[in-house]
Design a protein around this ligand. Structure first.
Ligand SMILES: Cc1ncc(C[n+]2csc(CCOP(=O)(O)OP(=O)(O)O)c2C)c(N)n1
Length: 204
């Protein structure tokens, strides 16, 4: 049997995770929540400048979008962004159709697709050869899903998502550079700080 030939479209620029994350953070003016995924997505979110509304996932692949969904449903007046790696999302694809079905209009998912499990040694993910994250999202019912063609297109898609009336997903092809910072590995602190930042916990 021949190997699959439906390689993902490659008409998008290969960008950089930290650069894109900094561009996102620079556009946030209304205490939007940002959920960073395991490893590199949260390292770059931290390096782009900590905000009280940032949450940094530790240890579990694929939980960024489910956590962001919970925040978006709990606080519908707040815009919520999720930053996830392609390998992590591929481990948890069921969340895409759940999000499409619940359709929170305040949720924007950003998938940083380097086609590798970068942090564990750059093993290739299925996204490198056969799986197109944006096509998968669209097939799950997330009609407002698109690849960012370049940095300007990424910023345009972010801007659109800030006034979207349904969930949005942005795919970004990125290089293989590791994250630029590291969060302190303290889950209790991360949770408490985030709850304060979201106004659901009062300072002691
Ligand atoms: C359930 C589970 N399996 C494996 C791991 C080990 N692991 C941690 S991060 C990671 C790779 C994540 O890849 P991706 O989401 O594409 O992000 P990247 O490292 O490329 O930024 C792996 C395999 C884990 N933490 N949890």
């Amino acid at each position: 049997m021949n190997p699959p030939t439906s390689a993902p479209a490659r008409n998008t620029k290969v960008m950089n995770r930290f650069d894109l994350t900094a561009r996102l953070v620079a556009r946030l003016k209304n205490e939007e929540a940002v959920i960073g995924g395991i490893g590199n997505t949260n390292f770059d979110l931290w390096a782009a400048g900590h905000r009280p509304q940032n949450f940094y996932m530790l240890g579990s692949m694929g939980l960024t979008l489910p956590i962001a969904l919970g925040v978006a449903l709990a606080q519908p007046q707040r815009r919520v962004f999720a930053l996830e790696g392609d390998g992590s999302l591929l481990m948890q694809l069921g969340c895409l159709s759940t999000i499409a079905a619940l359709a929170p209009q305040n949720l924007c998912m950003i998938v940083m697709d380097n086609g590798i499990y970068q942090i564990t040694g750059a093993q290739p993910t299925p996204a490198a050869a056969v799986a197109d994250i944006v096509a998968i999202a669209a097939g799950c019912g997330l009609a407002n899903s698109a690849w960012a063609a370049d940095e300007q297109d990424f910023e345009r898609l972010i801007e659109q998502s800030l006034s979207a009336t349904g969930p949005t997903l942005i795919g970004a092809r990125i290089d293989d550079r590791p994250g630029t910072g590291t969060t302190r590995r303290d889950p209790a602190q991360i949770r408490e700080r985030f709850m304060l930042g979201l106004g659901v916990r009062q300072p002691l």
